[in-house]
Design a protein around this ligand. Structure first.
Ligand code: SAM
Length: 446
């Protein structure tokens, strides 16, 4: 599909835009690369030897796009399929915070969770991530992806940006990966071209302005706003950032790691990724530091820690760093250091996930939750069964399995050492504990 003439005219004077090369990559000369980001704990030895993404070493390029549904490691959360340019977020976080991790980050427009999973692994269990998505059905997918990623210091909410204004000065960083006109995705997904028009760009830029204004009160003074889009239009990118700078509310922050990379275009305040100049899709990324004063939400004093007891205490690594909680979601594991910040979050937000659900007592038996099964807090000593690839796919289709090893009771089903979920071993079979909504629905030949 040829690129819209109005888009090419619209971009003619945008910094770094090279019409001939840009048109050529969109004409199919260079297909969109396929990239994945390895989980730092679950995906350590995966894809070794493949070409890394220059701006994030956890990212690698695959030679072709496999059917990820057929790979149990994908379901285990050993990697996340993510467009490479987006992975540059890690450099924005590094530029803002260096090695500091005891911070509170809001990912405002978070579904399906590419940036959120990256922030969670960058925090590596310290600080707090609030991942928010305004559209309910998308928030469910976001939660699922963060369950799979397995960190306990994560809250998922389903709110409009306006509702964050009540959390005054609460966050040290806010990531706004804004809904946009999507021109940066034209090569990867040509269908998106059909929805592009100059009017859509204007509509998106007005919505982006509103989102930024709505969420701004919840950023603390000297906190960082990380702003990104997958659009090439200046109105949606530099235009948004410059308005905040011109008002005196914020200053621009340089991302040193991106300054020195060939192909990434620095545009005063922000970085542009063009598919004809780097191995990735169209992307814009900027970091601002809030200079305007901000009120602070008062935090409640910490409640006493409720330690994990019984068998569970042997299953959780570094269990002294966590407390258990009972709330509307159930019996949960949450980092004790962050417990004081939960009260305002639970008061003002519609929270769908808060730490890791541990499970529930069913008669004499404790039934562990799927969230716990996928958690990085779970000890490798939890009893389990190593499955072959065929067995793993049967498990992921929610079928029961034969009890080959004559084990009994609760078992963690693993593939190549990575947890897929729970099973309950009976003498003649293993009952499948995978939640129904997680099962592979597509017909597969195993
Ligand atoms: N950050 C995500 C990731 O890396 O996987 C992608 C986010 S996507 C570019 C933008 C998100 O903003 C979508 O999930 C969309 O539902 C959400 N959105 C749409 N309208 C919105 C609004 N008015 N306020 C906040 N978010 C909105």
């Amino acid at each position: 599909m040829p690129l819209p003439d109005q888009l090419l005219a619209h971009l003619a004077h945008v910094p770094g835009f090279r019409a001939d090369f840009f048109t050529a990559v969109h004409a199919g000369q260079t297909p969109a690369p396929v990239s994945v980001r390895r989980h730092p704990r679950k995906g350590k030895t995966l894809f070794d030897g493949l070409a890394p993404v220059e701006w994030h070493q956890a990212g690698v390029y695959l030679a072709e796009r496999p059917d990820f549904t057929l790979d149990p490691l994908f379901h285990a959360g050993a990697y996340y399929v993510q467009e490479a340019s987006s992975m540059s977020l890690v450099q924005a976080l590094n530029a803002a915070f260096g090695t500091e991790r005891d911070i509170r980050v809001l990912d405002l427009c978070a579904a399906p969770g590419g940036k959120s999973t990256l922030i969670a692994e960058w925090l590596d269990g310290e600080g707090l991530l609030v991942a928010n998505e305004v559209i309910r059905s998308r928030a469910t997918v976001l939660k699922e992806n963060l369950d799979r990623w397995g960190y306990a210091n994560v809250v998922v909410s389903n709110n409009d940006p306006r509702q964050f204004a009540k959390l005054e000065g609460f966050f040290d960083a806010i990531v706004v990966d804004a809904p946009c006109s999507g021109s940066g995705m034209f090569r990867k997904d040509p269908e998106t071209q059909k929805h592009w028009s100059p009017e859509a760009v204007t509509h998106c830029s007005l919505r982006q302005r509103r989102i930024l204004e709505d969420v701004w009160p919840s950023l603390r003074e000297d906190g960082f706003l990380i702003y990104s889009t997958c659009s090439y239009s200046e109105e949606e990118n530099e235009g948004q950032v410059q308005e905040l700078i011109a008002s005196g509310a914020a200053e621009c922050v340089v991302i040193p790691a991106l300054e020195s990379l060939p192909g990434i275009v620095s545009t005063g305040c922000g970085y542009r990724f063009y598919p004809d100049q780097i191995q990735g899709e169209g992307f814009f990324l900027a970091v601002l530091q809030r200079k305007a004063p901000a009120n602070r939400t008062e935090l409640k004093a910490k409640t006493p820690r409720k330690p994990i007891t019984g068998q569970l205490s042997e299953w959780i690594t570094e269990s002294e760093a966590f407390s258990t909680l009972e709330n509307h979601l159930g019996f949960t594991l949450f980092p004790y250091r962050q417990i004081g910040v939960l009260t305002p979050l639970l008061k003002h937000l519609h929270v769908l996930k808060c730490g890791i659900l541990l499970g529930e007592q069913k008669g004499s038996r404790f039934s562990p939750d799927h969230e716990l099964g996928l958690s990085v807090c779970l000890s490798a000593l939890v009893p389990g069964i190593e499955l072959s690839k065929d067995e793993a796919l049967h498990y992921l289709k929610k079928e029961s399995l034969p009890n080959r090893q004559s084990v009994n009771g609760t078992q963690l089903m693993r593939y190549q050492g990575r947890a897929l979920g729970w099973g309950n071993a009976l003498p003649n079979r293993i009952n499948n504990g995978l939640p129904k909504s997680w099962r592979i629905r597509k017909e597969i030949d195993v």
